[in-house]
Design a protein around this ligand. Sequence first.
Ligand code: UD1
Ligand code: CA
Length: 453
Amino acid sequence: MARTCLAIVLAAGEGTRMRSARPKVLHAIAGRSLLAHVLRAVADSGVTATAVVVGPNDTAVAAEARRMSPDAECFLQQERRGTAHAVLAARRAIERHPDDILIVYGDTPLIRPASLLQLRSAIADGAAVAVLGFRATDPAGYGRLILEGNELIAIREAADANASERAAALCNGGIMAMAGKTALAILERIGDRNRKHEFYLTDAIEIARGMKLRAAAVEVEEDDMRGINTKKQLAEAETAAQQRLRQAALEAGVTLVAPETVHLCADTKFGRDVVIEPYVVFGEKVTVEDGAVIHSFSHIAGAHVGKGVSVGPFARLRPGTRLGEGARIGNFVEVKEAVVEAGAKANHLSYIGDALVGANANVGAGTITCNYDGIAKHRTEIGKDTFIGSNSALVAPVRIGDGAYIGSGSVITQNVPADALALGRSRQTNKEGWATRLRGLKMLGKKKPHSRD
Ligand code: UD1
Ligand code: CA
């Protein structure tokens, strides 16, 4: 039978070094919060339960945890008394005796499921505690793994380490796994007799060994272990995350004309033969199907782009957008909460919000769905095979029947029957010779004639 696993995500840190009113783990890279990245990695490593430890007044952190993992249980760490103290905030979950316990920091967003699975297999192989180690380019501030052969003897915090311990090659990434059956006994023995009077999770190694239990170290690449404490580290992690995502997209066969200019989100999904031109930004929840082309300077979030669709240049697709096969959304067109069916086109300068655009409709330049009356949002339905003349305002709620034709410059406030022509504008009048008279008066230094004249 598969082993059960509890993941405990520590997210009660204050993050003072971010110099921000926002809790540290809610800062984002690759379009989603640090916490969301960690919860995703945890979910992908086969956990059966997730606990998130939050600090007092961290309702936003708890809300984000529930958004990403609706089954996650949040535990409150009332006082910030160290990493082991934080883990014990989730005592009730530990007491359910999972086979494995993964302890992951909420500020380590680039951790990969594969690394977490390596830790779990060390526990399955009989270790009571296993930790992830890495070779740091700059080891300042990290605890050091003290090894004897393959055995992990201790983790020494940099501040408490002597020179030879500090020179130890592997740094502590902070991510740890424990065997469920001995975890509580080990955690309860951790004390706070150190310089900061904190309960250090890292003491678990020596305690386990004192109990004749085994501890193991697993080496992973540095990127996995990037801990975020400052805005600079946040930016560096963003760069690393984007590199990984672009690499994966290229490997999956997406054409990125200038990869370094395309900004992806951790959950962006591409079909086959998709082309992304330079300078395109993807937010959360975007799917792009086979053969679609995203032209330069487009911004896309929460949108489904169907087969063979063409988007941009300079298009903005907002959440709730669904573009059917072969649809075309051209320059300076914004689409929000709208379905654009197969073959429909809005090629220039439009706003399509809270709308349905039927198959093969042609939405002319400058068409606006007036979806908001200052109080509430209303829907616009544009039928199949319709022709919306340029610069029309469709005042919602309104329905344009299939095959109807809207004259340019119309303000449409009433439903239009199928196959009808609607002209929603004042009639044009021509005044013969009026301009000639104007120019004559100007030369004499007189006033402009009234248009009634
Ligand atoms: C910790 C490790 C160190 C390791 C480093 C890797 C310990 C004692 N030290 O140090 O060996 O090299 O991470 O990044 O574990 N947290 C709480 N409640 C607390 C204290 C911390 O939830 O009371 C959370 C923080 O939000 C953070 C994580 O635990 O996500 C780590 O805490 P932090 O203070 O950043 O530990 P480091 O000093 O970086
Ligand atoms: Ca840290």
